[in-house]
Design a protein around this ligand. Structure first.
Ligand SMILES: C[S@@+](CC[C@H](N)C(=O)[O-])C[C@H]1O[C@@H](n2cnc3c(N)ncnc32)[C@H](O)[C@@H]1O
Length: 295
């Protein structure tokens, strides 16, 4: 994988400003091609939900699919929207969280992704769910949103900002398209403490292979202030999300290894197996809610 860099600006911290890890900054076009490839291959990863699960306790036996829906619901509820509201799903994947959010809230959901393949699949999912009238999808870059100011009541960014090279610009764009009083709810990878030397190769490999970066929690308050947004909630939900997701995903991949290798090749199966990340407690996951002041 080649190294990617983007110019630094006040809203665009260099990757070394985000956390203690030196990480290449993702390029949206390359991220789009990565998801086109994975999406065309089918559900090698988490199925329709391309995000982590949420479990109430470490010994919960709730299956992965249910736990990923649970995280979607926690975020959808924090949007505080109802029937008729307009929700922007920023980094919509193949549409599953958007469909669930549309059903749960009654809102109209517009999904954007940099992957054309995901947009095709999301449209088919919405059609199949009978929600085509309340859902629209569009290939677009979150850093340059093709929507007018104030056109949404809420923004959902479920595990997508991890792939975006400039969190400040994403938040500014979200703030621009939100109406006064609107909210953004997002999840992000969190560096809870410095990743110990023994865990660094695994974390760096994972972030590099999937074109992602992580942040320390202090990054957010100044970025939100610069974007004109108020911080309402910042939760470290690592203990409810990462470990169980990594364990269950790794188990699933190892059980089906022979079949998956035949379909996708050994290199890709190794890339998908997050077994080497289990137990790196400094690698965390945050949930954040912010609001645009006004009514
Ligand atoms: C880990 S997936 C999460 C997908 C979906 N939110 C879910 O939870 O199933 C990350 C998503 O972010 C999208 N994404 C990454 N960078 C983007 C960008 N710059 N603009 C728009 N979407 C982006 C990807 O195409 C992908 O759909």
């Amino acid at each position: 994988m080649t190294s990617r860099t983007a110019p630094a600006s006040p809203q665009s911290p260099a990757s070394s400003d985000l956390s203690g890890l030196p990480m290449p900054l993702p390029d949206p076009a390359e991220v789009g091609r990565l998801y086109d490839r994975f999406t065309a291959l089918g559900d090698a990863s988490l199925g329709e939900n391309l995000h982590f699960g949420y479990w109430d306790s470490p010994d919960s036996t709730v299956p992965l699919a249910e736990a990923t829906d649970r995280l979607t619901d926690m975020m959808a509820d924090r949007l505080r929207v109802g029937p008729g509201a307009r929700v922007l799903d920023l980094g919509c994947g193949t549409g599953a969280p958007g469909v669930r959010t549309a059903r749960r809230t009654g809102a109209h959901v517009t999904g954007v992704s940099v992957s054309a393949e995901q947009i095709r699949r999301a449209e088919a999912l919405a059609e199949g769910a009978g929600l085509a009238g309340r859902m629209t999808f569009r290939q677009a870059n979150a850093l340059e949103l093709p929507f007018p100011d104030g056109s949404f009541d809420a923004v959902l960014a479920l595990e997508s900002i991890i792939h975006m090279p400039d969190r400040g610009r994403v938040l500014a764009e979200a703030g621009r398209v939100l109406r006064p009083g609107g909210r953004i709810v997002l999840t992000d990878f969190l560096e809870r403490a410095e990743i110990p030397a023994a865990g660094r190769p695994a974390v760096e490999r994972y972030l590099r292979d999937f074109m992602m970066t992580m942040v320390s929690a202090e990054v957010y308050p100044p970025l939100l202030r610069a974007a004109g947004l108020w911080l309402e909630e910042l939760l470290d939900i690592s203990d409810h999300t990462l470990r169980q997701t990594f364990v269950l995903l790794s188990e699933r991949i190892r059980k089906a290894r022979a079949e998956l290798t035949g379909r996708y090749g050994e290199e890709m199966v190794d890339q998908f197996d997050p077994g080497d990340l289990v137990g790196i407690e400094e690698f965390g996951y945050l949930l954040l809610v912010a609001a645009k002041p006004g009514r």
